[in-house]
Write a protein that binds this ligand. Structure first.
Ligand SMILES: [Zn+2]
Ligand SMILES: [Zn+2]
Length: 230
């Protein structure tokens, strides 16, 4: 396994989007340049804003989500949806690495205090069994080393199996995940919760409430991509 990892680092790569030679990166420079980066967004919910970054949008001023801050590397649009799908369902690790790297850069570009722990959105053990890996955990590990923040993968658990959120509307999503998570008591004040995509934010809402009930004062959402509604 070690030799394979070493070879992966040394062998030239091919861009995960266009297939052309991409040096030691997973994306070639033209494909990377054309991605829909979420550079100007509400600091709290992560939705794109027309004005300068690090402002709070009107919806958050009126009714803020339970989490305190969002960093989303990309907008969940073509071709990001393809990268996420191949990472999540086909276990394409190069796509996951590309997404993680962009998220890491977005985190580096943010000022302010860093969380003390990284917590991936958990899968229920039955889904973990069928899908064999948790994409949120993979992203969490990818961020952990360069940021020097530990992953607490067992802090948050999914207590019951829920339907997949895709295909459900916002209120169905809320019902679907209500009470689906539990959190062990912890002494962490500031936690980052990691997921591949934030769609309506219902899953992150539930996770945040669990983390805060167990003692967290501040929760930051780190997601590879943020769904954008018109
Ligand atoms: Zn390319
Ligand atoms: Zn907002």
């Amino acid at each position: 396994m070690r030799v394979k990892q070493l070879l992966d680092q040394l062998l030239p790569r091919h861009c995960v989007l266009c297939g052309l030679f991409s040096g030691c990166e997973n994306l070639c420079p033209p494909c990377a340049a054309e991605l829909p980066y979420n550079t100007c967004a509400c600091a709290q919910c992560g939705l794109p804003l027309p004005a300068q970054p690090d402002k709070i949008c009107g919806a958050c001023l009126k009714k803020p989500p339970p989490w305190d801050e969002t960093v989303a590397g990309l907008k969940y649009q073509f071709p990001v949806d393809r990268l996420v799908c191949r990472f999540k369902y086909n276990r394409n690790l190069a796509c996951g690495q590309a997404l993680g790297r962009i998220l890491l850069e977005a985190i580096h570009n943010k000022s302010g205090p860093r969380p003390q722990a990284i917590v991936p959105v958990p899968l229920h053990r039955s889904r973990l069994f069928t899908r064999t890996f948790n994409q949120a955990l993979m992203l969490a590990h990818q961020l952990s080393k360069p940021l020097e923040i530990p992953v607490h993968h067992a802090l948050l658990i999914r207590t019951r199996r829920t339907r997949a959120q895709s295909g459900l509307d916002s209120s169905q999503r809320r019902k679907n995940v209500r009470g689906a998570f539990a959190c062990h008591r912890h002494g962490l004040k500031h936690v980052a919760i990691v997921d591949d995509v934030m769609t309506t934010g219902r899953t992150l809402e539930e996770c945040t409430r669990s983390l805060k009930r167990a003692g967290a004062e501040s929760v930051t959402a780190w997601v590879a991509a943020r769904a954008v509604y018109k």
